[in-house]
Write a protein that binds this ligand. Structure first.
Ligand code: PLP
Length: 367
């Protein structure tokens, strides 16, 4: 029997080789984006492995994610991409975590706290080139940078922006955003300001839009072997890191006319073999029609409605309890990947992987 009823396996050798491959293909430094617990894969382990694969930066959304990495002994530069609270600014200064300078209010806060601490705070200046999220407009960049330098306590170590449509390389919006970013860079350049790190590209841009690479790319999906677009395979040398497995809890012979699950939304038509799988919507599988799992190398349908912790599967033949069930991954020549679930639920891969619940043990292999 396996150690757990259900668990995630994270293949760290895939994370390492994907990271090394990204460096080779882009020719720039790599910031591994590990926010949201590395999209559900485990931030500390993925970070260490991406760094072993050649990444030199880590990117997170919130300060508590940076704190967890520092507490794990990770000393490399970390950029917090999102907002931070005043208390977190003080901690960031002490822990040498780089913050995103994105508004006049953040400028005031960061500068005041850095001056009070008597220690410089490193920031990356965020330009909103068309994402409509955090950042100052391109034409505000130079006055904003000057204000930051005049305020004191801040070291502008980088400048960045984020593309809204990079998965569609032909979308003219990419050009528009790239030009706006370029004009912000030029305005700084003409004033003699040259932030060390310039970054615009996520996974899609790093691969599809070479001109957006500058000297650092911020990559989440491809580090984990998740696709850039759910309808396009990655080149074969990139490998998916995530597998989700379970052990069959029970194999039941149910008589004709028996209910299966709540509703009951499924009633047996005849005597049927039903497998009970210890996986439910409380683990991150969606309570939506069309779910399948792999057992015995076959793709089998989940019947009726998912329970919180369990679901029932139609079996073509009896299996012993403990039989391997794959929810995400490969078995024989069949596979169900995160992009398949994203397609089924009409959402993004990261929406799937970040909802894999913390109660699912993460088992790291290939480390
Ligand atoms: C600012 C920023 N940069 C980079 C990324 C990484 O994107 P991807 O996982 O597509 O590489 C994200 C992810 O959402 C992001 O918000």
């Amino acid at each position: 029997m396996n150690t757990f009823p259900t668990w995630l396996e994270i293949d760290l050798s895939a994370v390492r080789s994907n990271s090394a491959q990204i460096l080779k293909e882009t020719g720039t430094a790599l910031m591994a984006i590990v926010k949201g617990d590395a999209y559900g894969h485990g931030a500390v382990e993925v970070s260490r492995t991406a760094l072993a694969g050649g990444a030199s930066w880590l990117g997170v959304a919130r300060y508590n994610e940076a704190r967890a990495l520092r507490q794990a002994g990770i000393r490399v530069p970390i950029l917090v991409l999102g907002m931070v609270t005043p208390e977190e600014v003080d901690e960031a200064i002490a822990a040498q975590v780089t913050l995103t300078l994105h508004s006049p209010e953040s400028l005031q806060l960061f500068s005041a706290r850095a001056l009070a601490a008597g220690q410089a705070l490193r920031v990356h200046l965020k330009v909103d080139t068309g994402m409509g999220r955090l950042g100052v407009f391109a034409e505000e960049t130079l006055p904003f940078a000057r204000q930051a330098l005049a305020a004191g306590g801040l070291e502008i170590d980088g400048i960045f922006s984020h593309l809204a449509a990079a998965e569609e390389p032909d979308n003219p919006f990419n050009n528009l955003q790239t030009r706006r970013f370029q004009s912000a860079l030029q305005s700084l350049d003409q004033a003699g300001l040259h932030p060390r790190w310039v970054h615009l590209a996520n996974s899609a841009a790093a691969f599809y839009l070479a001109e957006t690479r500058h000297n650092l790319v911020r990559v989440g999906n491809v580090v984990l072997g998740l696709r850039i677009r759910i309808d396009q395979p990655l080149p074969a040398h990139y490998q998916a890191a995530l597998t989700w497995k379970a052990s069959l809890a029970a194999c039941r012979r149910l008589p004709a006319g028996w209910g299966v699950g709540y509703g009951p939304a499924y009633i047996t038509a005849r005597d049927e073999w039903i497998g009970v799988v210890p996986v439910g919507y409380g683990d991150g599988l969606r309570r939506a029609p069309g779910n399948q799992v792999l057992i015995g190398g076959e793709k089998l349908p989940v019947l009726g409605r998912l329970c919180l912790d369990q679901c029932m599967v139609k079996l073509p033949r009896p299996y012993a309890p403990g039989e391997e069930v794959v929810i995400i991954g490969e078995q024989g020549d069949q596979s169900i990947w995160v992009h398949d679930l994203a397609t089924l639920y009409q959402t993004s891969q990261v929406d799937i992987s970040t909802h894999l619940h913390a109660r699912l043990p993460r088992v790291f292999t290939g480390g």
